[in-house]
Design a protein around this ligand. Sequence first.
Ligand SMILES: [Mn+2]
Length: 324
Amino acid sequence: MGPMRIPARYPVPRYSDPEDVRLTQVIEASTEPRMGGVNILGAPFDGAVLGRKGAADGPAAIRDAMSAFSNYNVELGLGLEGAKVFDLGDLTLDGSDTLAAHRQIEAEAADDIDPGSLLLVLGGDNSVSLPCIRAASKKLGPLGLVVVDSHFDLRGEIDGKPTSGSSYGLAVGELKNLDPRRAVEVGVHGFLNSRNYYEKAEALGITVVTAREVWQRGPEAVALEAYEVASREAEAVYLSVDLDAVDLAYVSGVSAPSAGGISADQLFRLVYEISRNDKVKCADVVELAPALDPTGRSARVAATTVAYIIAGHVARRERGTRSR
Ligand SMILES: [Mn+2]
């Protein structure tokens, strides 16, 4: 056992209808990762954010928002009542010490990664992706990476420390088994990235798909290409979702809201299509800062994203059944 965790809390459903099992009723608390399912782990840390703080409250807000959902999705023709979803609770992290927090996230995530399951990390600022990717590369072998984000996040360290803008650059720089030619960045757009970081992505051989290309080609086609690139000669694929990829009309509760991003629906379709693939063994959903969006919309989008990732995992087992 690692350090103490804070047990996950889901609100008690406001009503009980045997004809409508709520999504949160499918989720079981667990102190250990379980085989063959989805293991949720909260990383409430925002000590390395470059912009506005608040993502430390992300995991709790995502769980709260999930209580609004049924377990069935009409469009997918898919129910999650038989899903094996376990919640391992929240890590207890020191928000003032990025390096120590990252060491702890890496160690605990490594304990919870299982090649037969999906570890789904709820951030936390985007810096938490780095220790999770490190853990995945150490536990799972040759790794591919699919990122959905408005930003490249290819910065170096600042004052010797990683930030919320450096996770993917540091990961491909230090991890021998994460070939940047197996990294795909989806959703960059607008006046949000420097030419230098675009050229760095190109030089590294990272596949870049802009937000506009998602609108033009459709999320399913983009997801197919992204998984193909990321899974080539890889044992496992890591999916990292920065919610700021979504247009600020849907998601304003993030450190860096983006105008002109992809739509919420496009994000759901992207993550669902990617999560349906067997090699996806680790994922994160980061940057929700609920206090920055008092309407609760951003938390709803975050929670729906989590539900679609779980649905993608369930769809692996149900392949071949009718889908609408
Ligand atoms: Mn971002």
